[in-house]
Ligand binder design. Structure first.
Ligand SMILES: Nc1ncnc2c1ncn2[C@@H]1O[C@H](COP(=O)(O)OP(=O)(O)OP(=O)(O)O)[C@@H](O)[C@H]1O
Ligand SMILES: [Mg+2]
Length: 307
């Protein structure tokens, strides 16, 4: 079976990892030079490199593979299992200097469950370090925040994001054009994992194809939406968005529109207007009874602007 590009191209060392800013890079380098890490809490949107960074740290710190315990909190069924696993693991002597527990998606653990981890973190702090990752830091209880150094991973710059995807395609010797990559980037940004996965799915013939020429059943509606927007068919895009977007996604869609402002206007003046329309839509979103109608109304306004 073919390897997943997201795994194959997951950087293993610091050199392959793209940082959002120099300060964060310096911080991570500092940990590596000093040979130790505090308990850490990585936060950030899905697919922005939290798990990758944790693994790079373990690798650069040369932590023995038997001294690493990885737990995905969203997959384990109960906090008792999680706690038992961790306790059993940290109780034994490390092979190297320390043991590390990578607790992925810690925000999926109930507040009571999280509270149960406090004691373990404290009791074994001389031999074990915890690296927690989460999408929503506000769902992690203050007691854990206070035990960990927070590290927020900002979304990559869109150009860096695009370059990274293009680099993978080039390494795989896949034929592609900039316009097609751009469609995938717009549909997935800032989730690099999703972008890499989609692009892999659509380049099986050795050429990166646009979603409409590929098998469409499995495609994300956002891709189709980007294509409609790009073609200036805003009312079709609006119809699609309002029928496909799940209610809990709507807020993210405003953010997405904001990130892709150039879809609605080419010049700066138009883009400023588009930003205002989107901001107003987002503010109204929290107050109106029917968020779908509000989204629809926002898109109608954007459509008029683009026309
Ligand atoms: N900063 C980065 N530099 C290089 N590659 C990256 C970066 N961020 C993400 N990637 C790529 O994207 C993929 C997904 O990253 P990763 O699994 O670390 O995301 P995550 O932040 O842990 O997401 P989730 O919240 O969904 O668990 C990786 O396989 C890696 O190839
Ligand atoms: Mg992860």
């Amino acid at each position: 079976m073919k390897k997943l590009w997201t795994e194959q191209y997951r950087p293993k060392t610091l050199t392959g990892y793209v940082f959002r800013d120099e300060k964060q890079k310096a911080q991570v380098e500092g940990w590596i030079t000093s040979g130790s890490i505090p308990h850490l809490l990585f936060s950030g949107a899905p697919g922005t490199g939290k798990t990758t960074l944790a693994k790079i740290l373990f690798n650069e710190l040369e932590i023995d593979q038997y001294d690493i315990l990885e737990i995905n909190a969203s997959r384990e069924n109960s906090i008792d299992t999680i706690r038992d696993k961790i306790t059993n693991f940290v109780q034994t002597m490390p092979f190297g200097d320390i043991k590390v527990v990578l607790l992925d998606e810690a925000d999926y653990i109930s507040p009571n469950g999280q509270a149960a981890l406090r004691g373990v973190m404290e009791e074994y702090h001389t031999t074990a370090r915890f690296v927690l990752t989460c999408n929503y830091p506000n769902r992690v209880i203050p007691a854990l925040h206070s035990r960990c150094q927070g590290f927020h991973i900002e979304r990559l710059d869109k150009t860096e994001f695009t370059v990274r995807v293009g680099q993978i395609l080039a390494d795989e010797k896949i034929e592609f054009d900039v316009e097609t990559i751009d469609t995938y980037v717009k549909a997935t940004y800032p989730d690099l994992r999703k972008c890499i996965n989609m692009v892999q799915m659509n380049s099986q013939t050795g050429k990166l194809v646009t979603p409409d020429t590929a098998d469409s059943g499995t495609q994300d509606y956002k891709l189709e939406m980007v294509q409609l927007f790009k073609a200036g068919k805003i009312s079709d895009a609006r119809r699609m968005l309002c029928t496909q977007a799940r209610p809990e996604e709507m807020e993210d869609i405003y953010r997405w529109m904001y990130d892709n402002i150039e879809l609605f206007a080419k010049d700066e003046e138009g883009q400023d207007k588009a930003v205002l329309i989107i901001k107003q839509g987002l503010v109204d979103h929290s107050f109106v009874a029917d968020p779908e109608i509000n989204l629809s109304a926002t898109l109608i306004k954007l459509g008029r602007l683009a026309a």
